[in-house]
Design a protein around this ligand. Structure first.
Ligand code: 0O3
Ligand code: SF4
Length: 316
């Protein structure tokens, strides 16, 4: 039987960012250096395939430091941790390695700087997300007010409206965040902040690439996990850019083939925590069912790389 033709638009950049690459390397190198088990506080990055692979090598994933023994190394996930976490590890004299992405750490430092200048912070982020918890946890309770939407800006009740600064989660929607920043500047003209927001290069580039493919694709599949903020934003960006069928899929086995009947083009991208092997798995699944022509749509080139902490570059 002949297969129906299908054009597959492959977004570039997609998949692993420099912070994810570094965080995974940190776990691998820690296992090499110290042997198993190495504890990891929270999923090192939000991807089941990555986490399962590291668990097979001897990593033990826990949610809290209280779930770790004193005498094994622990790694903090790429999303960052509140100040109390390394403080507690030090109190217990644990060996710990912080895999927080340097671009998340940069936001932590921004928050501290504004606080030192006497400003109260507004954080634009998602409640309950580990990055938001970690970033808010850089400052004492009450010093960081969280806003998730434009509507939240109207009900903000700062200590002094003239002494405010804002920071953001790194994985937000560029367009939605611009609206929230505008609302903040409108209500608090003196508010201090970064040039635009703190959304990182990887998030920005992946969203721009999705915008380029979404309008011409009958369907858009974003490879990523349901708890991955940046991946979920790519689905929303795809839908907003004109692709009505925009879906998050963890792996090829999650694709709803019935929903794709009759399509002639599909866009594919992957969140910053989704490995390329899963992209290839999805492409192969399309090749099984369609006569596929791949068109890579590249909207930016990336050459960012972060070094792993020195402790892992030194011999045991
Ligand atoms: O923050 P998010 O849920 O997108 O996290 P992921 O999926 O693990 O991706 C890496 C991004 C990150 C560590 C924080 O910027
Ligand atoms: Fe770092 Fe951006 Fe990747 Fe987050 S998405 S880990 S901030 S490079």
């Amino acid at each position: 039987m002949t297969k129906p033709p299908l054009t597959l638009y492959l977004a570039a950049p997609r998949g692993f960012c420099a912070g994810v690459d570094r965080a995974i390397k940190i776990v691998e190198m820690a296992l090499q250096k110290w042997g198993a088990p190495v504890y990891v506080r929270h999923e090192i990055v939000h991807n089941k395939y990555v986490v399962d692979g590291l668990r097979d090598l001897g990593a033990v994933f826990v949610e809290e430091l209280s779930d770790c023994p004193d005498d094994r190394p622990v790694i903090f996930s790429a999303h960052g941790v509140a100040k109390v976490v390394p403080a507690e590890a030090e109190r217990r004299e644990m060996v710990y390695v912080d895999a927080t992405c340097p671009l998340v750490s940069k936001v932590h430092i921004e928050a501290e700087r504004h606080h030192a200048n006497g400003l109260q912070m507004v954080m634009i982020g998602h409640a309950g997300h580990p990055e938001t918890i970690g970033t808010m946890g850089q400052l004492p309770e009450g010093e960081v007010l969280l806003v998730e939407t434009v509507e939240d800006v109207a009900t903000l009740d700062p200590r002094d409206p003239g002494k405010l600064a804002f920071i953001t989660q790194t994985t937000l929607s560029v367009d939605d965040t611009a609206g929230i920043v505008a609302a903040l500047q409108d209500r608090f003209p003196a508010i201090v902040g970064p040039h635009k927001e703190d959304i990182c290069y990887a998030t920005t580039n992946r969203q721009a690439a999705v915008k380029a493919i979404a309008p011409k694709a009958d369907a858009l599949l974003v490879i990523g996990a349901p708890n991955s903020s940046n991946s979920k934003r790519l689905v929303e960006v795809g839908a907003a850019a004109g692709c009505d069928y925009s879906q998050l899929v963890q792996r090829a086995e999650n694709i709803d083939w019935r929903a794709l009947e009759g399509i002639t083009s599909v866009g594919i991208t992957a969140g910053a925590s989704a490995p390329e092997v899963l992209v290839n798995e999805v492409i192969d699944a399309f090749r099984d069912r369609f006569d596929v022509t791949i068109e890579q749509v590249e909207t930016a080139q990336e050459n960012v790389e972060f070094k792993v902490p020195r402790v892992l570059r030194e011999p045991a």
